[in-house]
Design a protein around this ligand. Structure first.
Ligand code: ZN
Length: 138
């Protein structure tokens, strides 16, 4: 495969992965901080999107309403980062946070094969959970 073809193929896979990651996290259908149910929800990255090793890791995603994600100056992931980090450690546990942090600081270059495998895993996972979660929302 030519370099340009490889790059285009990789970009396509990354976009599909970003979408399925967003669908899985957002499909919880409520903000995990304030428990507000909303059709407008964001899939926050605990460790920012630049951390490629965990960019499409479901563990690195948190379903938040826009207020808890970016808008609130009293408490939101993007405006009060330290308080948010303290809260998520309390909520999900120190071990979870330390494991994710360890993975977040690994340098990772994804190959097309790895991206395809991850996309297949996440698609299977999403197909499994979407109906179950949908029935819980009723
Ligand atoms: Zn919220």
């Amino acid at each position: 495969m030519s370099k340009i073809k490889y790059t285009i193929e990789k970009k396509k896979l990354e976009t599909k992965l970003d979408t399925i990651r967003w669908k899985i996290i957002r499909d919880i259908w409520y903000c995990i901080h304030c428990w507000k149910r909303s059709k407008i929800l964001n899939a926050h990255h605990v460790f920012g999107r630049r951390k490629l090793s965990v960019r499409r890791d479901i563990d690195n995603g948190v379903c938040l309403c826009p207020s808890c994600h970016i808008l609130s100056i009293d408490f939101s992931a993007h405006q009060t980062g330290t308080e948010f980090a303290e809260w998520i450690i309390e909520f999900r546990g120190r071990q979870w946070y330390d494991d994710l942090k360890f993975r977040a600081y690994q340098i990772k270059q994804w190959t097309i094969d790895e991206l395809e495998k991850r996309l297949e895993e996440l698609t299977l996972f999403y197909d499994k959970i979407k109906d179950e979660w949908k029935s819980k929302r009723k």
